[in-house]
Design a protein around this ligand. Structure first.
Ligand code: GAR
Length: 184
């Protein structure tokens, strides 16, 4: 069984769907966050999953990433799933986990890398939006796409309504892709 670490910065709803779907496909061995107050951390603790949290600004980015890397390895993590982790990992960190980090991004990549994806899709007049699971490389949101799910953009859609529609697909897509990718 592949041992998976999850990195979060906030709510952690994708983390929850990944944990819920674990079964034989993978085991979630640690949840780590760059925000000690992330609500998802409390959920992980309540569910008996080891956690790690450290604010980069308290120790500097290098020391933060060194401590993160050490905690993930100490927990036995072999692969990492970014789930609403809102910080760019350094080239050095990515190199240490080469081809062992995946991310979910709320757009149909290569469209709308970065932030504010839903507002940008609506403003562009797109008919569809969605989410992508991709391999993490040094370049933001640019690694190989493993799978995508699409949702329609409705007339008079708001970015919040669209985000909720996409998020429901994220929760379905991410655990499925992880199970496949970790057992490929
Ligand atoms: C999700 O929509 C995820 O795709 C997005 O943040 C949200 C996190 O929600 N990720 C990014 O924008 C990454 N740049 P969650 O904490 O409830 O999973």
């Amino acid at each position: 069984t592949a041992k998976l670490g999850i990195l979060i910065s906030g709510r952690g709803s994708n983390m929850q769907s990944i944990v819920a779907a674990a079964g034989d496909a993978y085991e979630v061995v640690v949840v780590a966050s760059d925000r000690p107050a992330a609500p998802g951390l409390a959920w992980a603790l309540e569910h008996g999953i080891p956690t790690f949290a450290l604010a980069p600004k308290d120790v500097g980015k290098q020391a933060y990433e060194a401590a993160l890397d050490a905690a993930l390895r100490a927990a036995g993590a072999e692969y990492l799933a970014l789930a609403g982790y809102m910080r760019l990992l350094s080239d050095e960190f990515v190199a240490k986990w080469r081809d062992r980090i995946v991310n979910i991004h709320p757009s149909l990549l290569p469209k709308y890398k970065g932030l504010d994806t839903h507002a940008r899709a609506i403003a562009a007049g797109d008919a569809v939006a969605g989410c992508s699971v991709h391999v993490v490389t040094e370049e933001l949101d640019a690694g190989a796409v493993l799978a995508q799910a699409e949702v329609p953009i409705l007339p008079d859609d708001t970015k919040d309504a669209l985000a909720a529609r996409v998020l429901a697909e994220e929760h379905r897509l991410y655990p499925r892709v992880l199970a496949k990718w970790l057992n490929r």
